[in-house]
Design a protein around this ligand. Structure first.
Ligand SMILES: Cc1cc2nc3c(=O)[nH]c(=O)nc-3n(C[C@H](O)[C@H](O)[C@H](O)COP(=O)(O)OP(=O)(O)OC[C@H]3O[C@@H](n4cnc5c(N)ncnc54)[C@H](O)[C@@H]3O)c2cc1C
Length: 165
């Protein structure tokens, strides 16, 4: 198994929304990306998001809609990647979506018409390999150029607990 996992430029820990988006971005820059996931499936939270249809963005997303101790962070982040960039990606992958209606009219919230599985598939399709850690030994080595680092997967955490164990 480890023998076949060679030649990556970027290794991402955790195949959640953040890790897969990171992998997608590195892949778009021409990097060969490996995502290591400790559970048996990538994107578990994405799969259950939006009641199984993933509310993947909001048309009205803007820096002043975020509460933060540092309001400049959202300005900086959204100046580099907007909801329109993600909508373009969704459309490029031919994923049908709809805007949720409320009593006050259209909400701006965009959901997959079929399934949030399509968003996970989109993220995985963008030039990365994903390996579920249960397939790997309890500890393994990554050779990074001339340096070898031993990883024990359970020693790192990449997000908060918002899922039943
Ligand atoms: C029921 C529900 C519905 C939701 N609906 C929506 C919605 O409609 N729209 C929306 O925008 N958001 C929604 N959210 C929130 C959204 O799903 C999360 O904010 C988002 O998925 C978090 O992504 P993340 O990558 O930060 O974390 P996670 O999804 O938690 O990803 C972290 C990943 O890292 C892995 N990991 C942890 N430690 C290690 C390790 N040591 N080695 C390897 N892997 C590791 C975990 O197994 C996990 O897969 C919803 C959340 C829930 C629970």
């Amino acid at each position: 198994m480890l023998g076949s996992m060679s030649g990556y430029d970027t290794i991402v820990l955790g195949a959640g929304a953040a890790g897969l988006m990171c992998a997608l971005t590195a892949g778009a820059r021409g990097r060969r990306v490996l995502v290591l996931e400790r559970s048996n499936k990538p994107g578990k939270k994405i799969l259950m998001s939006g009641g199984g249809r993933c509310n993947f963005t909001n048309r009205h997303c803007a820096p002043d809609r975020f509460l933060s101790a540092n309001p400049h962070f959202s300005k900086s982040a959204l100046s580099r990647y907007t909801q329109w960039d993600f909508i373009e990606l969704v459309e490029r992958h031919r994923i049908e979506y709809f805007e949720k209606e409320t009593v006050n009219g259209l909400s701006g919230q965009l959901f997959c018409r079929q399934s949030s599985k399509q968003i996970v598939a989109l993220l995985l399709a963008e030039r990365c390999s994903t390996v579920a850690l249960p397939e790997l030994p309890a500890a393994f080595q990554l050779a990074i150029r001339a340096v070898a680092i031993t990883f024990v997967p359970s020693a790192a955490s990449t997000s908060t607990i918002a899922l039943p164990a």
